[in-house]
Unconditional design. Structure first.
Ligand code: PRP
Length: 204
């Protein structure tokens, strides 16, 4: 659902951008936005905050597949409380790269959430359509609370008003991959987040 069509502009100048490591996958990356070390430090910071917030409450931490998988794995290990983990998988209706704003559940939660504290974990929030739809759908199940934790917040893409209580980094308006984020299914296994070299997707 991420807007592939918005990948070209480069208004965002982050001084710390660095060249990618000299690796096979790194050769497709134009620049590194957030190193593995940046991410690890941010995850620890988020984990400390979430630990304080949910202390004594046993939240249900819900990963939105597929891109969430490295983030949620690291995040829950940074939370020093009892918690449970579940996953949802959604897919947008609509053709091409633009979301229609309606999502369909490919995998629902395995359990009821009435009275539970739910933390939705996303790799990235872009238009906000996915999380807007999901939170509205989940609120009908009467949870005690729903909060959102997103590693990357691409505010330039936002079309929906979604409250993100826990965010890692502001994300530039570029096509980013790595640490769960993909291009055509690949690059999820990069240990850092980087900007994909346009030569990889030109000509599509
Ligand atoms: C990405 C991301 C969010 C969604 C955000 O998922 O993981 O779920 O897009 O975009 P939005 O705010 O514009 O709705 P994607 O559909 O790429 O699936 P994936 O997680 O399987 O890569």
């Amino acid at each position: 659902m991420r807007g592939f069509d918005r990948g070209a502009r480069s208004w965002y100048a982050r001084p710390a951008m660095s060249p990618p490591p000299d690796t096979l996958l790194g050769s497709s990356i134009k620049e590194v936005l957030f190193t593995a070390e940046d991410i690890a430090a941010k995850v620890q910071e988020l984990g400390r905050g979430l630990t304080e917030h949910y202390r004594g409450r046993r939240p249900l931490v819900v990963g939105i597949l597929t891109g969430c998988f490295p983030f949620i794995a690291d995040l829950v290990r940074a939370m020093d409380i009892e918690l449970e983990v579940d996953f949802m998988s959604v897919s947008s209706y609509g053709a091409g790269t633009k979301s229609s704003g309606v999502v369909r559940f490919l995998k629902d939660l395995d359990q009821p959430i009435e009275g539970r504290d739910v933390l939705l974990v996303e790799d990235i929030i872009d238009t906000g359509l996915t999380l807007k739809y999901l939170t509205e759908a989940l609120h009908t199940r009467k949870p005690a609370s729903i909060q959102i934790c997103a590693l990357l917040d691409k505010q330039a893409g936002r079309t929906q008003n979604v409250e993100v209580q826990w965010r890692g980094f502001d994300c530039p308006d570029a096509f980013v991959v790595g640490y769960g984020l993909d291009y055509s299914g690949a690059y999820r296994n990069l240990p850092y987040v980087g900007v994909l070299d346009p030569s990889v997707y030109k000509g599509e």
